[in-house]
Write a protein that binds this ligand. Structure first.
Ligand code: PGA
Length: 261
């Protein structure tokens, strides 16, 4: 796994946005896997800037989001449908018909999950998946002990994740949904490229386990060690528990010119 440590979340996000922009310029019909939460916000801001001021054309891109809460209608302000509209889609030119987010209101959730997998396959698979990480190591909403081969399905959120996300629900954990639909770990692993972002000391332990610990379902992000091209882009505070952080910096500082972002 390539680990890139940057001084600030903004600097890390510029790298993530450049990786996405470079892909879209090379392949205008790229299929992007998108994430929600606080972590990708600065990446989306930078993508919007690239679109609005540097002509980045997203009109042929297809997107698939990782997850959605079960039971929140798309118009609920904390639904991931609303999040994506507000923080990315309404500012750029991705056609609405080519944006995909699991339907957490589906009457038949297993059917919806199979439909979502089919849609990803039908689009030719995901070229680049953007990921955050939970303080417990989850990716998407694949909580610890999730099968590392799992596909899109319903999951029960842990108490810790609901507590972490209560800040979006007036600080009231009772308002945070209990269930979600999430791409599986196996689904995520099939993406041709993965960019995992993490910021802040609260993520340092999860990042150290994911990057340097054993591969284990106790930290689902650790499976990314088996991904051929996964990049982890983090800020200083999120890097503090990494044993080989000096080596990661050394690698980044000494990249051959053609490999620089
Ligand atoms: P956050 O969540 O970006 O809001 O910290 C990350 C995640 O839960 O995957």
């Amino acid at each position: 796994m390539e680990i890139i440590i940057q001084p600030t979340p903004e600097a890390a996000s510029v790298i993530a946005a450049r990786l996405i922009a470079r892909l879209v310029r090379e392949k205008p019909t790229a299929v992007l896997g998108l994430a929600t939460g606080s972590t990708p916000l600065a990446t989306y801001r930078e993508l919007i800037r690239l679109h609005q001021t540097e002509g980045l054309d997203l009109s042929a891109v297809t997107t698939f989001n990782l997850d959605e809460y079960v039971g929140l209608p798309p118009e609920h302000p904390q639904s991931y449908h609303a999040f994506m509209q507000e923080n990315l889609f309404r500012h750029v030119n991705i056609p609405a018909a080519r944006t995909h987010i699991p339907n957490g209101m589906a009457k038949d959730i297993p059917w919806e999950c199979a439909r979502y997998e089919d849609a990803i396959r039908g689009a030719g698979g995901i070229d680049l998946q953007l990921l955050g990480i939970g303080s417990d190591g989850h990716i998407g909403f694949n909580e610890p002990t999730s099968s590392l081969a799992s596909r899109t399905r319903i999951k029960t959120l842990t108490e810790r994740t609901r507590q972490d996300n209560a800040r979006f629900f007036d600080g009231d954990i009772a308002q945070v949904p209990m269930h979600c639909v999430t791409m599986g770990v196996g689904t995520i692993m099939e993406s041709r490229a993965v960019v995992l972002l993490a910021f802040g000391e609260n993520k340092a332990h999860a990042i150290a386990e994911a990057c340097e610990g054993p591969i284990t379902a106790m930290n689902p992000a650790s499976i990314l060690q088996m991904h051929p091209t996964a990049k982890t882009v983090i800020d200083e505070p999120a890097s503090t528990a990494l044993r080989k952080r000096d080596y990661y910096r050394y690698v980044f500082d000494n990249k051959p010119q053609w490999q620089r972002v």
